[in-house]
Write a protein that binds this ligand. Structure first.
Ligand SMILES: C[S@@+](CC[C@H](N)C(=O)[O-])C[C@H]1O[C@@H](n2cnc3c(N)ncnc32)[C@H](O)[C@@H]1O
Length: 318
């Protein structure tokens, strides 16, 4: 099976990472290595890249893609949540004897993971078992959620992570279905969503309604929002002053987490307005680089429709 993924907002990633020759960069979600390749090209001759991915297949594919630069690349099959574990601090505050200049997080799934033939059932067009784990680092699968979670929890997942307005109807059908047969293949779930939507989905809309349900389950299985929330603070502690961080999100809740974090950390003081002298002792930890999120151009969306929901935010560690 071919691994195909077109990186999004490439020019913008390079611009906001503010790359220079010999810069060292962490790619927290290396995927097929598309962004990483461009980063390495822009940090010649000696810039190092440390790439993380939860998906062992992504690590393998990134290895192939970055072969030309392999002396400058380290690949680690783990979550960006655990970056800390792999970067030992030396006396000068350097990590793995490197001064890290930038970090990229390109969140979510790759196009390759969304292929219907991909054995983990990420796509509503898949006929594979509903697994949806990015990597073997968790036991929770989408099938487990569908077969065991209470109706209220299913509704919450579909509403919150999928913004699905028919969440209750879909959850009701799921409960009825699983009383007869346990969920197995992705097509079981797609046919339930199709039944609920029957006449409501004309087929003209760009997004099939099952896309939202599959996305919601994937986010729940991999605790994607929790991982992001827990990692941002950690990233601040790892990176030296001056390092740039670029985050690309594809989901409004992800973008909200990033925005909230940046705005909070960019504040000098969080005292209530009625207190004339600051007592909170809060320190400003980041400088905001992108006041508004950067989005793809119409041309990029035309050439790569998957990019249409991408939002890029960047900040600098103080
Ligand atoms: C949008 S793709 C990245 C594509 C990549 N920038 C490229 O140019 O090929 C997102 C990748 O993040 C990985 N991923 C998701 N959550 C992760 C996490 N917590 N830690 C590391 N990788 C993660 C997925 O497995 C997927 O390969």
């Amino acid at each position: 099976m071919k691994y195909i993924h077109k990186p999004v907002l490439v020019k913008e990633v390079l611009k906001y990472l503010n790359l220079e020759s010999n810069y060292n960069v962490i790619d927290g979600t290396i995927g097929g290595g598309g962004h990483a390749y461009e980063i390495l090209k822009n940090t010649i001759p000696q810039g190092k890249l440390i790439g993380f991915d939860r998906d062992p297949r992504a690590i393998e594919e990134a290895g192939k893609k970055l072969k030309k630069y392999n002396k400058r690349v380290t690949l680690i099959n783990d979550s960006y949540q655990n970056i800390n574990k792999y970067l030992n601090k030396n006396k000068n505050g350097q990590r793995n004897n490197l001064h890290i200049n930038g970090l990229l997080l390109d969140l979510g799934v790759s196009s390759a993971q969304m292929e219907p033939e991909e054995p983990r059932g990420f796509s509503y067009q898949s006929k594979e078992a509903l697994d949806m784990r990015f990597g073997p680092d968790t036991d929770l699968t989408a099938n487990y959620i569908l077969n065991n979670y209470k109706k209220e929890d299913l509704i919450k997942i579909f509403k919150e992570f999928g913004e699905e307005r028919l969440a209750t109807k879909i959850a009701n059908k799921i409960i009825l279905f699983r009383e007869e047969t346990p969920f197995d293949a992705a097509s079981d779930l797609t046919s339930i969503v199709n039944q609920v939507y029957r006449s409501r989905y004309s087929g003209r809309s760009k997004t099939h309604p099952a896309t939202r349900i599959f996305q919601a389950l994937r986010i729940a299985v991999n605790n994607e929002l929790g991982v992001l929330e827990n990692s941002l603070e950690n990233i601040l502690n790892i990176l030296p002053s001056g390092a740039r961080v670029v985050v690309i999100s594809f989901h409004s809740l992800e973008d909200r987490i990033v925005k909230k974090f940046i705005n909070y950390e960019a504040k000098e003081c969080i005292c209530p307005v009625e207190i004339p002298v600051c007592r909170c002792n809060k320190k400003k930890k980041v400088k905001i680089i992108t006041k508004k999120p950067i989005t793809p151009t119409t041309l990029e969306i035309k050439n790569n429709p998957r990019s249409r929901s991408a939002k890029l935010r960047a900040f600098e560690v103080i």
